[in-house]
Design a protein around this ligand. Structure first.
Ligand code: PMP
Length: 370
């Protein structure tokens, strides 16, 4: 089996694969209600929230869209904070549905500067909501959500919408303690399940906003999801097989009662990945290791080495699937995922392959084009 080192989908543990192969059941029946209720309760523990967590049949972008359309209105002024490709996407979704978006973008490799967020909110008091990415997968940077929350909630008391798609499950997010109003995630990331499910939680304040929000919505109408969850159901036919998998994965992850051991493990494996890559002479996109992501590491390509040459070599000669750069970093970086299901041996495999492949690719880079 290939060493899948993408920042999602991650490899899926065998026992989760097995759990997904159980016979189909009635999604309006008691057995399904039991599974959905257990999944919801376990997700609440992982999100560190008292709020309901809804499971949607979609990829993560569906949950970002749900966050926007359920809380905002057409023409509503919002601040979209971006430190990369996925932050840009959150702002674009809001814009697509008619919000009046002020973009606040930070350079690649940096976190959001809270002083600049404060400045933007001071400058335009009509802004009602702030959109933030917890972990920016395109650059391998984790925003300091707690510090951002102190400004967004503590100083200005705005609605705080968070894309936690590539953090939750592997990097701690404390929804209630950090005053987050909407938090979104996706199954193929920290949860080590196949793609196809998104998770989203709404605070009481977000539900207040939902009453007035007039953006169009149907499939992702969370008021419908809330009504259905009270009966142990989803409004539309759920991905039952994927839910078997998520149920099993969550029970494994929470076997010790909480997620601390999982977060510690990812912090350790991420530190190890960064150290080993730097020992190979690679420069990381993260400028400060304090904010380097524990789920994905982005490194600049050495001079003269093309991303396609490196990624193809890793795939064809070493059976390792790494990821290319996204957005402004396209063609400049490659990325190694270490979220969800990963072992130290998986990372050592990548390092050993790079040790052998990079010198050859650098030599090849000097050769005249044929
Ligand atoms: N936000 C972030 C931070 C992500 O990492 C991703 C997936 N790479 C998305 C949003 C989009 O999620 P999906 O591809 O599941 O729609």
């Amino acid at each position: 089996m290939a060493n899948l080192r993408l920042p999602g989908p991650t490899p899926v543990p065998d026992d989760v694969v097995k759990a997904m192969s159980k016979p189909m059941i009635d999604h309006r029946g008691a057995e399904f209600a039991g599974i959905l209720r257990r999944v919801t309760e376990n997700l609440k523990k992982a999100f560190e929230t008292k709020n309901d967590v809804f499971v949607l049949t979609s990829s993560g972008t569906g949950a970002m869209e749900a966050a926007v359309v359920n809380t905002l209105s057409v023409g509503e002024p919002v601040l979209a904070v971006s430190i990369g490709n996925f932050g840009d996407r959150f702002g674009k979704i809001a814009q697509t549905y008619g919000a009046k978006v002020t973009n606040l973008k930070f350079p690649e490799g940096e976190i959001s500067d809270v002083a600049k967020i404060r400045e933007a909110l001071r400058k335009d008091p009509s802004i009602t909501s702030v959109l933030v990415t917890h972990n920016e997968t395109s650059t391998g940077i984790t925003n300091d959500l707690e510090a951002i929350s102190k400004v967004v909630k503590g100083e200005f008391d705005k609605l705080f919408l968070v894309d936690a798609i590539s953090s939750l499950g592997s990097i701690r997010l404390a929804m209630d303690a950090w005053g987050i109003d909407v938090a979104a995630s996706a199954s193929q990331k920290g949860w080590a399940c196949p793609p196809g499910l998104a998770m989203i939680a709404m605070s009481p304040r977000a539900w207040e906003a939902a009453k007035k929000a007039n953006m169009p919505k149907f499939y992702f109408d969370l008021t419908e999801a809330k009504k259905s969850l009270e009966k142990g159901q989803t409004p539309w036919t759920p991905a039952v097989g994927l839910l078997y998998g998520l149920d099993h994965a969550l029970r494994n992850m929470l076997a010790k009662g909480d997620m601390r051991a999982t977060y510690d493990f990812h912090a350790e494996i991420a530190g190890y990945t960064r150290d080993r890559l730097r020992q190979l002479g690679l420069r990381l996109v993260a400028k400060d290791m304090k904010y380097a992501s524990n789920t994905v590491t982005a490194a600049y390509l050495p001079d003269g080495v093309r991303d396609s040459a490196l990624l193809n070599t890793l795939r064809d000669e070493y059976d390792i699937i790494a990821a290319e750069g996204r957005g402004v970093l396209a063609g400049k970086v490659f990325r190694i995922g270490h979220m969800g299901y990963v072992t130290k041996a998986d990372i050592d495999d990548v390092i050993q392959a790079l040790e052998k492949a990079l010198p050859k690719l650098k030599q090849g880079a000097g050769a005249p084009a044929r």
